[in-house]
Design a protein around this ligand. Sequence first.
Ligand code: 7PJ
Length: 310
Amino acid sequence: MSEAKVHRAMPSASDIDQGLQTASAADHVIKTRYGTMRLGRRTLLMGIINVTPDSFYDGGKRFDPAKALADGIGLVEAGADIIDVGGESTRPGAPPVSVEEELQRVLPVVQGLRRTVKIPISIDTYKARVARAALAAGADIVNDISALRFDPEMAALLATEKVPVVLMHMQGTPQTMQAEPRYNNVLREVQDFLEARAIFALEAGLERDHIILDPGIGFGKTLDHNLTLLRGLPALASLGHPLLVGASRKAFIGKILGVEPEDRLEGSLAAAVAAVFGGAHIIRVHDVKETWRAVRVADAIRFGIPGAQR
Ligand code: 7PJ
């Protein structure tokens, strides 16, 4: 696949800017080292590339870096705005991976993508050493499912590197989180947690515009908790930071429909559209082409089509 094709397939940042001239002042702007992302009338898609043998959906499919790279380029051509590269499965009970192993998995893919695609690359890790090396290899965003809690070095690294971060809610750890998730008021508790983590990040020296919040669908949550959070997204969006939602092919969809991860595309599209209407700015997905189409229609219903004749 030629580099030119990948570049041609993607609208440039200025194309996106022009399409959004009517965006309201409340819209967010995230500055990355690889261009400015405008969040508002166009919901952005974060495409998932797991370089793992054991992730619940794409585990094993992309353990070969060349395959992971080719698939990542495919996600960009399908319309991804960000590519999220991860080297450690966080499915419930998955074994932790050493820093060395995680680096061996993700670095070749980050390097290859950086040479090939013109969109921000996110590194899905809670380890500062992995984040530091991935940022040096060309990553632009850190997706930290621990919201800066698991590695005490992470906050200082991000403040120094001046890159955006996703702060995600999780109850417990990936090893324990699904054992017995419990909340008195899940929406209130997730909202308070995200607000507290954003304050922690600000106090550590991160820029306000670099903090993206995420309710962590499936991370220490029952079906009912996940549905309450998806229904309550407007409360989370009201915290004043961009909101990222990842529901793609997750277990709660399987519980509703009684289907395995391979058969959760339609349910994932429904969740993506619900997230758009709840005020999510970025949707993290496996199926970029299909979600791109669903979300374009949802965006058009929600905001209209900029410049279109009415
Ligand atoms: C999420 C994630 C999510 C963020 C995973 C999967 C499970 N990062 N990493 N949000 N989920 N920020 O890929 O479905 O929901 S791993």
